[in-house]
Design a protein around this ligand. Structure first.
Ligand code: GLC
Length: 745
């Protein structure tokens, strides 16, 4: 009897426990946030809005402050950046657990194109036009970063850029808003995975809000001034795509937009982001961008800078200390309503709950997982696959490429052949305790590829910069002994990236002079150009028989380049940014307006230069393959479309060459007459398909009103009746098929 009673009692207690547990879990995030906020003092709330960099590595002007640990222990810091590794992040989190309310820290890091495993720089990756590949690379980056203690990456950078003088063009997805939007969403999906709180997921951060890439003169941090129509048409769409993809955070930008610093810009952060777009995440400032409103002449002092920023919707203060110093008296003085502070704190705490940090502040501090993920051979394979998809074949005269694997002697020449870390490009992550041995140099990649029957010769030839030609003779001697020369030239990796804008885009030093000497030997020369941006290299372009734009390809650079050189992967990448013929053409981009006197007209006086063509050296969407593709049989399901109708477009694409390959088919539209002048063409869709030699496939696109719409003078998103030209291109200027249709009322 007694036993039965005990069993019954035990079952009742178990049931009650389940109910109570379920109730604690069923408390929504908001309820849990409320329960914490009710306990917080104003000082602790302001602490959540305060972010410091760890002093070990800084990505901005360091303000050494060895009081950070005490402030963390006092609950006066909400987030740290540049703390890497499970040991370091555990140490900081343990400090936070000494605070009164034990609110966990958020750890952020610029994991822009990989954590340990390094992927091609984002601009290179964007040339793959392969959204799945970019999602996958972001997924790997998130897996490794979260294994390294990181909760939050300051990526994807989604700034549209039409000026390759700007150093940060390397960090984005080029010049087109449609493609940039698709890539923004793909990268957010990769970083954040199915949901925040999954151990392999990190918060993503759409940056830099907004229009940072339109800095005058291509000079970083410089003034941005544009019409709201251009802002909405070109620079905002990738940010909206990130919001629609569920991005957890935004970062604002250093620049003014039409005179108002983005950090203090209510139009951007309140009206658009948190208002029209109903963004529920939080906004972090860029490094000291709140304090820099004083330098902009937009704030008298730190108190006014703090007032401007919090009022405009900047939730977290990266490194300026303006919030820590001034918000308390601004609230006490009635200048800043407590509600504004509470809104910012709520947004930040919500993310900490969603990440699971309140349940387990050390959830991402697992050293076994760190060890496993950072040495995951599968990640290297993925990096190699993404890298081969990012290499653009610019020229292949007489089908010099791919090289035969039975080739006897190769002379591999140039200052980047044996470089190791250069291959990582800018915004790589220095992972604690990890050396660079895992990076495959271009030389090593060739060694891995060729058999014992192929002899490899090496000469540096010259440095990246400088006028020293003393190495030319040795290089020429090597070339003369070879069957083919591969010349690897370009920029240094830190000649692009933040605060690294250039006023001229030439290949530095005497590298093209070296090419001239090597061509004079009569040997065939394949040129690899390594850079974080479009460069101007007309001599090379006009004289070298084969050119591969290899960007900065990351930790598998050498293997990927060798795969392409020997045809183990047929290059499929296409440019996502125009390559100017000269700096004088900048800005040069494909989706320009027609003007009243286009250069194609026979007006005599046209919109042209007296000393240069107007077309770029290589256009948006350009890239070659080892095979050929033919486009045929364009069909439209109808020629008249009602506003809520659709047109199905189909065409046949055939691989008429001898290599299997992938082709990126681009659909462009032109609104022939609009209430404002419309671009001569706009990318509205694309498809990347694989075709075996001799194979054909039918490709289909759907036109709906979304693809016909634009922001009119009143900034209304409208599709206006009238005629449209439809263009199917292998690039923005290599239009293979076209047609017209009409949108009717
Ligand atoms: C830098 C960059 C920003 C980066 C931040 C933290 O100044 O502008 O993109 O995320 O500081 O490193």
């Amino acid at each position: 009897m007694k036993a039965k009673f005990n069993t019954a009692l035990w079952l009742i207690l178990l049931f009650l426990n389940q109910v109570l547990f379920a109730q604690s879990q069923s408390k929504t995030v908001d309820q849990r946030v409320d329960s914490v906020m009710q306990l917080m003092t104003l000082d602790e709330k302001i602490g959540q809005l305060n972010q410091y960099s760890d002093d070990w590595t800084a990505t901005g002007p360091v303000t050494v402050d060895n009081d950070k640990t005490r402030q963390v222990r006092n609950g006066q810091v909400g987030s740290m950046l540049n703390c890497k590794g499970t040991d370091r992040t555990r140490w900081w989190q343990e400090a936070a657990m000494k605070s009164r309310l034990k609110i966990p820290l958020l750890f952020g890091q610029d994991v822009v194109h990989g954590y340990k495993t390094t992927f091609p720089i984002p601009l290179a990756e964007s040339c793959s036009w392969d959204l799945d590949a970019m999602t996958l690379s972001s997924r790997v980056a998130a897996t490794e970063a979260s294994a390294g203690g990181i909760h939050w990456t300051f990526a994807p950078m989604v700034d549209i850029a039409r000026d390759p003088r700007w150093g940060r063009v390397m960090e984005g997805a080029g010049e087109d808003p449609y493609l940039g939007s698709m890539i923004a969403a793909a990268r957010v999906k990769g970083f954040q995975g199915n949901k925040l709180g999954d151990v392999n997921s990190v918060m993503a951060c759409a940056k830099h809000f907004a229009a940072y890439g339109a800095a005058i003169g291509g000079r970083d941090y410089n003034t941005v001034d544009m019409s709201n129509q251009l802002l909405w048409e070109v620079y905002l769409p990738p940010f909206k795509a990130a919001v629609d993809a569920g991005v957890a955070t935004f970062m604002n930008s250093f620049n003014v937009l039409n005179g108002i610093p983005a950090t203090g810009n209510s139009y951007l952060q309140r009206d658009i982001l948190k208002g029209k777009w109903d963004f529920e995440g939080f906004v972090v400032s860029d490094w000291n961008s709140i304090g820099e409103m004083i330098t902009h002449g937009f704030a008298k002092n730190e108190e006014e800078a703090a007032f401007n920023a919090i009022t405009a919707g900047s939730d977290m203060d990266m490194e300026s200390r303006c919030y820590k110093k001034s918000l308390s008296q601004l609230v006490a003085g009635g200048k800043v309503p407590l509600a504004l502070i509470d809104d910012a704190v709520r947004r930040i705490l919500q993310k900490k709950f969603e990440l699971g940090l309140f349940d387990d502040p050390f959830k991402y501090c697992n050293t076994e997982r760190e060890q496993k993920e950072l040495n995951n051979p599968e990640h290297a394979k993925i990096a190699r696959d993404v890298a081969v998809r990012s290499i653009v074949l610019l020229k292949n005269q007489d089908n010099l490429l791919p090289l035969s694997k039975s080739i006897k002697t190769i002379a591999f020449i140039g200052p980047l052949v044996k470089a190791v870390k250069q291959n990582k490009g800018y915004w790589d992550v220095e992972v604690p305790g990890v050396d660079s041995n895992f990076i495959v140099s271009q030389w090593e990649g060739l060694q891995n590829k060729v058999g014992s029957k192929t002899k490899l010769l090496y000469a540096k030839g010259c440095e990246i910069e400088g006028s020293d030609k003393s190495g030319f003779d040795e290089a020429v001697q090597m070339a003369k002994q070879s069957d083919v020369v591969i010349l690897s030239i370009g920029e240094r990796r830190d000649m692009s990236g933040e605060a690294h804008s250039r006023s001229n885009l030439n290949i530095p030093g005497v590298q093209e002079d070296l090419l001239k000497e090597l061509l004079a030997t009569g040997k065939p020369v394949v040129v690899l150009i390594n850079a974080g941006r479009p460069l101007v290299f007309n001599y090379t372009a006009d004289n070298a028989p084969a050119i591969l734009y290899t960007w900065w390809l990351g930790s598998e650079a050498g293997n990927a380049i060798a795969d392409i050189l020997f045809g183990d992967y047929n290059p499929s990448a296409k440019l996502t940014i125009s390559f100017p013929l000269s700096v004088g053409q900048i800005p040069v981009y494909y989706n320009h307006l027609n003007t009243g006197r286009p250069v194609t007209s026979n007006m005599g006086n046209t919109s042209s230069y007296i000393d240069s063509p107007v077309n770029p050296k290589y256009e948006f969407g350009y890239g070659l393959s080892y095979t050929n593709f033919e486009y045929s049989n364009l069909q439209l399901s109808k020629k008249k479309m009602s506003i809520d109708g659709k047109i199905v477009v189909s065409l046949t694409v055939s691989n008429t060459g001898k290599y299997a390959g992938e082709e990126i088919i681009q659909l462009y539209l032109r609104d022939l007459v609009g209430s404002i002048s419309r671009p001569v063409k706009d990318l509205k869709d694309f498809a990347k398909i694989a075709l075996k030699a001799g194979e054909s496939k039918i490709v289909r696109f759907t036109i709906d009103k979304e693809k016909l719409s634009f922001y009119n003078q009143k900034l209304q998103w409208v599709a206006e009746p009238g005629e449209f030209e439809l263009m199917i291109g292998a690039s923005s200027s290599d239009i293979r098929l076209n047609s017209v249709f009409e949108l009717v009322n």
